[in-house]
Write a protein that binds this ligand. Structure first.
Ligand SMILES: *[C@@H]1O[C@H](CO)[C@@H](O)[C@H](O)[C@H]1NC(C)=O
Ligand SMILES: *[C@@H]1O[C@H](CO)[C@@H](O)[C@H](O)[C@H]1NC(C)=O
Ligand SMILES: *[C@@H]1O[C@H](CO)[C@@H](O)[C@H](O)[C@H]1NC(C)=O
Ligand SMILES: *[C@@H]1O[C@H](CO)[C@@H](O)[C@H](O)[C@H]1NC(C)=O
Ligand SMILES: *[C@@H]1O[C@H](CO)[C@@H](O)[C@H](O)[C@H]1NC(C)=O
Ligand SMILES: *[C@@H]1O[C@H](CO)[C@@H](O)[C@H](O)[C@H]1NC(C)=O
Ligand SMILES: *[C@@H]1O[C@H](CO)[C@@H](O)[C@H](O)[C@H]1NC(C)=O
Ligand SMILES: *[C@@H]1O[C@H](CO)[C@@H](O)[C@H](O)[C@H]1NC(C)=O
Length: 467
């Protein structure tokens, strides 16, 4: 009867002072800060766990792709499964309009299992996530409570420690992980993949993912709402380490328009927003291709201010962010990086210096192409226009080949006129600084065995004969 009374209020849409209670999980009110605070004036109450049919699917090295559904309500399902209390456990939590039964959530578990012997649990709450965005915002409180209940059950039956748990959530799933972490102290790590912005940006920490939700919280912002742009993610920092790839708002390679706040799952699953979990996935395979540089703003990063990494190194965005020694030094540390437009998205930032020799002044341009055993990159422009012998040309490049695997660097130029003079142009010095495992390494390619050698004229060759 009470339930129906509450439901009646919910349907009528009154907002203040209501409460709903669910066995096992406790009560949920819509008192502040859950509604009626700046950033979330109007909300409602979460649906019941039964209504949402929340499912935990276990993936281990034994199960492979044939996951086992386990439940904290009937803990014998956990004991009879391949869950091992001797391993760490990761929970992967999807967001609005998505699913945990297939797609990126499952692929993430399968890839994690290739590099770590863990219990990977795909959390599915499809039926709580397929209504309106606002209903999903309310529902994550129950999903977070269910995840917490599951962890408490593990504690009870195995004396399992929260310190062996990593929660990874995308969009609303990131705040779901935060809610679970608020309810269970001592979770080792929460990774927020573009935590949802609408109804969370600017709200009190209880409501959203924040650094107090786990021992370590790392965040990737890929569609951060930042006026005048419209985004699905949060702009503000919300972890210990907050990464803003490509500035955090618009991702290269995404051709769709900035997704608008429409209640349309295909738009909500927009390319920019999804990049956060794609980056995380690829970071498992290319850890050093995701170094983040500490900077105050993206503009400052773009101009080269925060390169190379300091003595303490730089964190790797994504899976290996927890390897950063200074990760807990303070909360809300901002890191910037650029990615490529296509998978695997990894790039290695390098600062290139070229000093020319030969002619005094010449019109043309200099480009670099990096080669490894598998192929070569696009051309990166170092300088164009009037080139002068006295000047050192400097450029920051985000190169799609790991400097460790670089076999050859090719110099290309456009020949304009005075072909004979061009033939006498070379590079006196070529230096490249790159961050190796986070530390700056300077390589002098003019004498480096990787190819250029002292006879620099060989490496400069004519590309196009414009003149
Ligand atoms: C609830 O989830 C379970 C496990 O995935 C599934 O077998 C069942 O069909 C779902 N129930 C509904 C009503 O969708
Ligand atoms: C895992 O199984 C699902 C169907 O259950 C399939 O769609 C997916 O491609 C499989 N993934 C891998 C990596 O085999
Ligand atoms: C609990 O799960 C086991 C399978 O692990 C099943 O045999 C049993 O019937 C379940 N109990 C209840 C009450 O659902
Ligand atoms: C659990 O994860 C931590 C951090 O990655 C690692 O140091 C530890 O060895 C892992 N434990 C097991 C049993 O694999
Ligand atoms: C959500 O999914 C369930 C099960 O597939 C369906 O019964 C329900 O109508 C869906 N809700 C909406 C709002 O689409
Ligand atoms: C962003 O975070 C800072 C520090 O936590 C806080 O002072 C500020 O009010 C936040 N801004 C918004 C818009 O949430
Ligand atoms: C949702 O977005 C897709 C792709 O943009 C579009 O085809 C579809 O018509 C939209 N649906 C609604 C209900 O707006
Ligand atoms: C060199 O060639 C490239 C590619 O054709 C072109 O974009 C660039 O403008 C040329 N530079 C000069 C200085 O002609």
């Amino acid at each position: 009867v009470v339930g129906m009374w509450i439901l009646a209020f919910y349907v009528l849409g009154t907002v203040a002072g209501k409460e709903v209670c669910y066995q096992r999980l406790g009560c949920f009110t819509d008192d502040p800060p859950w509604s009626g605070v700046p950033g979330r004036l109007l909300t409602g109450l979460p649906d019941s766990p039964e209504h949402m049919n929340i499912t935990f699917s276990l993936y281990t090295r034994e199960t492979g792709n044939n996951s086992q559904v386990i439940s904290a309500i009937n803990s014998s399902t956990i004991q009879k499964s391949h869950f091992s209390s001797r391993r760490n456990t990761s929970f992967i939590i999807h967001g609005f309009g998505s699913t945990g039964k297939k797609g990126w959530v499952v692929e993430m578990c399968l890839l994690l299992l290739e590099v770590e012997n863990i219990n990977c649990i795909a959390v599915d709450w499809t039926q709580g996530a397929n209504g309106t965005y606002i209903s999903a915002v309310n529902n994550i409180r129950v999903i977070g409570a269910e995840v917490a209940y599951f962890i408490k059950t593990l504690q009870k039956i195995f004396r399992y420690s929260p310190h062996e748990i990593h929660l990874i959530g995308h969009s609303l799933g990131a705040h779901t992980a935060g809610e679970a972490g608020r309810r269970i102290q001592g979770i080792r790590r929460i990774t927020g993949l573009d935590p949802a912005g609408p109804y969370f940006e600017g709200t009190p920490p209880e409501v959203r993912l924040d650094p107090s939700d786990a021992d370590f919280v790392d965040v990737i912002h890929s569609n951060a709402a930042h006026l005048p742009a419209i985004g699905l993610g949060m702009y503000n920092t919300t972890g210990h380490l907050d990464f803003y790839p490509n500035g955090g708002t618009v991702m290269p390679g995404c051709t769709d328009l900035m997704p608008e706040m429409k209640q349309n799952a295909t738009i909500i699953g927009g390319c920019h927003h999804s990049r956060s979990h794609e980056f995380y996935f690829e970071s498992i395979l290319y850890p050093t291709g995701y170094l983040g540089y500490p900077c105050e703003t993206y503009k400052s990063f773009e101009s080269g201010d925060c390169f190379p990494c300091s003595q303490q190194g730089c964190p790797m965005m994504g899976h290996y962010a927890d390897r950063f020694p200074a990760k807990l030094k303070r909360v809300n540390q901002k890191y910037f990086l650029n990615t490529a437009a296509d998978p695997p998205f990894a790039t290695w930032r390098q600062k290139v210096f070229v000093k020319l020799s030969g002619v005094k002044k010449m019109k043309g341009d200099i480009n670099l192409v990096f080669h490894d055993t598998e192929g070569k990159t696009k051309e990166y422009e170092i300088a164009s226009g009037v080139l002068s012998q006295d000047q050192v040309y400097t450029k920051y490049l985000d190169v799609e080949i790991n400097p460790k695997n670089t076999k050859k660097i090719e110099f290309l130029w456009n020949k304009t006129i005075f072909t004979l003079l061009w033939a006498r142009l070379g590079a006196e010095t070529v230096n490249i600084i790159h961050g190796e495992d986070g530390h700056a390494v300077t390589v002098d390619y003019s004498t480096h065995p990787l190819g250029l050698g002292p006879g620099l004229l060989d490496v400069f060759y004519n590309r196009r004969n414009i003149g």
